[in-house]
Design a protein around this ligand. Structure first.
Ligand code: BGC
Length: 705
């Protein structure tokens, strides 16, 4: 048994029940189950199905043309874990105390042990083990084991699906809104199974949830020995009638074990010299993978399937923070994530038109079904960079997998349509090809001209389209590319204006960034962070203050400026960054590792890797910070491990932190499985599976066999 792949309550600082529900939640890309107390009802308990949302009209005080019309809110479905237990006098065991909780990442098993009391204060012990099938993602196994403590007589166990999802309304934009338009219908095919159908009135979706027992959903037993009660939970596909499958808890557990075994074989990360860190990074990779839709129709909600925060929406988080991990370890998942974007391409073309951009496609900033769900366009739709982020992820996937067929068939069209968007959206002036009134990744600066990150990414996007046109001329023709368009696209890519301050000798976040005063950090009490909860946006916008990495993210991705400039830039932007977004620290860490700022790299990493395990942002109860889970891998592999692809060659630069004895990672590269071991004195690469490969290792070319 590998203890670095086990999380227990003792590893955590907080015992808040809704926080623990998130931490010990499990998911399989299709649905997630929060680790709620099965006896005490909790508002935040529930089952979350990837992509199952209800719509409601966005009510604007003042509305303007083209504003997002509808909210899409992921539905918190009934808690599948809940159970009722009665004593021989029909009194309910209604009070419970959580004694221990464990998540085993070797097997996917989440175990919680409770002391449960009847009104006479007599206790029994209830152990709930929950595990999800990973191959057929509709299946959940629940095993309830009950032992006498000081109550030893008969008990009655009743298992039903109860509808109890009353959450409070909130002003916190990171939380989910309350839904009143989901209807439920129950049917019992027989005594062993109960099916609950949830139907949304506005989005017109339906989903079946079922619970099945071997004999009956109710049973009365003597408690003179340990009693076990297995339930199979089933969650159907959206708008599809559920097929009740017959399986057992042990079969589900075996399936889960073999999935995670294979997963770790391909994706292992091992830090020698720090067990706590190993545990944290394993947790992050486990939960990131659990959160990820793998069917080409769904994606990765910002909070995964561990909570309803951010309403279950998919953001740029996927492409820039999460899909790098999949591209390098489980490329078939990275492929499905791109296919999801492909599935919403035509919706995105319509959106470009709505914004008055004649050509191309604009992906929604936040969405489930492809249409824009961001009511606050200044930090939503205006983040046009999402188009280029998606193209960047396609390029990464292509480089890592060399999957030419896929790129030709799907990737190319996305890259072309997004490049067309930039081409049509931008305009020339004396500075070059410019993009006006955009918001970059930093949400504390909005609607500016020539955001450096956006412009740099748009340049990349158009250049990539030009490369693909060269590579697939027939396909380009089919997609309507003309010679004139090709020439014009290449010229625009070439002429994209990138703001640079001669005075500071660094890239400037946007045209007016350095003209603004710096935020009064000294006068800002700690309790006023995150700023977004304490200051009007306009107050924040008129200062130099960053929520998250912006220009530095471009530096990280392109590595196209001198080390000296990079150091100056890092130093400048670090001073004005609050890291109020959990997407920030991983980039600061990875970049610091690249520059050789070892202490900083390590410090930021320590925060990112444990963001949820220490509840750093104080809102893990609403769900995991999934971008950051991916970000911590990015920091290790691309920061400390120095992995990149340069001139089509895999490149490794060892920047092992002084605090570690060694680091070992596994990645896939063009059909091979590689194991890379970093020591302070050397870097050793092994090909575990596949053909020999030339790699640039710490500056020199090596043939690895
Ligand atoms: C960040 C965005 C991110 C969103 C969802 C916000 O706080 O500023 O960059 O996409 O959270 O994770």
């Amino acid at each position: 048994m590998n203890n670095e792949k086990i999380i227990t309550m003792n590893d955590l600082k907080s015992n808040d029940p809704s926080y623990l529900e998130t931490i010990f939640s499990i998911a399989n890309g299709h649905f997630g189950v929060r680790a709620s107390d099965p006896i005490a009802s909790s508002d935040s308990a529930g089952t979350i199905v990837n992509g199952f949302y209800e719509m409601s009209e966005i009510n604007y005080g003042e509305k303007a043309y083209g504003y997002a019309e509808n909210n899409q809110t992921i539905v918190n479905l009934p808690d599948i874990r809940a159970i009722k237990i009665f004593d021989c006098d029909d009194q309910e065991f209604s009070r419970s105390e959580l004694k221990s909780a464990t998540l085993d990442m070797n097997t996917g098993l989440s175990t919680s042990i409770y002391d449960v009391f009847n009104p006479d204060n007599q206790a029994i012990e209830l152990t709930l083990q929950a595990v999800l099938q990973q191959t057929d993602t509709h299946v959940l196994g629940l095993r309830y084991t009950i032992k006498a403590i000081d109550y030893t007589e008969k008990i009655k166990i009743i298992k039903h699906l109860d509808i109890n999802n009353d959450t409070d309304e909130t002003d916190d934009p990171r939380k989910s809104r309350v839904l009143h338009t989901v209807n439920y219908e129950k049917s019992e095919p027989d005594n062993f199974c109960e099916i609950l159908t949830a139907k949304t009135q506005k989005s017109q979706m339906s989903i079946d949830l079922a619970i099945c027992a071997q004999e009956s959903l109710e049973k009365t037993v003597e408690l003179n020995q340990m009693v076990s009660f297995d339930i199979i939970g089933l969650v159907g596909d959206i708008n599809t009638k559920l097929e009740v499958v017959k399986t057992s808890f042990s079969e589900i557990l075996a399936d889960s074990k073999s999935f995670w075994h294979e997963f770790w074989h391909n994706s292992e990360v091992n830090i020698s010299g720090d067990d706590g860190l190993n545990q944290a990074i394993h947790y992050n990779l486990f939960q990131l993978t659990s959160s990820t839709g793998r069917d080409g129709k769904t994606n990765i909600p910002a909070k995964g399937l561990s909570g309803t925060g951010y309403e279950g929406h998919y953001f740029w988080d996927t492409e820039m923070y999460m899909s790098p991990f999949f591209a390098y370890t489980n490329p078939e998942i990275a492929r499905e994530l791109i296919l999801y974007r492909y599935s919403i391409l035509s919706e995105s073309k319509k959106r470009a038109q709505e914004l008055g951009v004649a050509e191309g496609a604009l992906f929604a900033w936040r969405t489930i079904n492809g249409s824009e769900a961001s009511a606050y366009y200044q930090a939503g739709t205006a983040q046009y960079h999402i188009d280029a982020d998606i193209s960047y992820a396609i390029d990464r996937y292509y480089k890592v997998t060399a999957d030419t067929e896929f790129i030709k068939k799907y990737g190319f069209e996305i890259v072309l349509e997004t490049a067309r968007f930039w081409h049509s959206f931008g305009s020339y002036n004396k500075k070059g090809f410019c993009f006006f009134d955009v918001t970059g990744p930093d949400e504390y600066t909005a609607i500016v001209n020539n955001n450096y990150y956006t412009n740099r990414m748009a340049k990349f996007n158009m250049e990539f389209a030009v490369k693909l046109i060269d590579k697939f001329p027939d396909q380009a023709k089919k997609l309507g590319v003309t010679h004139d368009e090709y020439v014009s696209l290449s010229a625009a890519a070439d002429k994209v204006y990138l703001p640079y301050s001669e005075e500071k000798q660094i890239n400037e976040q946007d045209d007016s960034a350095f003209e603004k005063p710096i935020w009064p950090f000294e006068d800002t009490p700690k309790s006023n962070y995150p700023l977004l909860l304490h200051y009007h946006p306009l107050n924040i916008y008129r200062y130099q203050v960053n929520k998250q990495a912006d220009t530095l993210l471009a530096d990280f991705l392109f590595d196209d400026i001198s080390r000296n400039q990079l150091k100056r830039e890092y130093d400048y932007y670090e001073k004005i960054t609050t890291h109020d977004s959990s997407l920030s620290r991983s980039i600061f860490s990875a970049l610091a590792a690249r520059i050789g700022l070892k202490k900083k790299a390590y410090g930021y990493f320590m925060d990112t890797v444990k963001t949820d395990l220490i509840d750093l942002q104080k809102n893990t109860a609403d769900g995991l910070h999934v971008a950051n889970l991916g970000g911590s891998w990015l920091t290790i592999v691309m920061g400390f491990g120095g992995i990149s692809i340069q001139n089509s060659m895999l490149t490794i630069k060892n920047s092992l932190p002084d605090e570690w004895n060694g680091l070992s990672i596994r990645i896939r590269f063009q059909g091979r499985l590689l194991k890379i071991k970093y020591h302070h004195s050397e870097t050793i690469i092994e090909i575990l599976d596949g053909e020999p490969l030339d790699i640039i290792v710490d500056g020199g070319k090596k043939r690895i066999k």
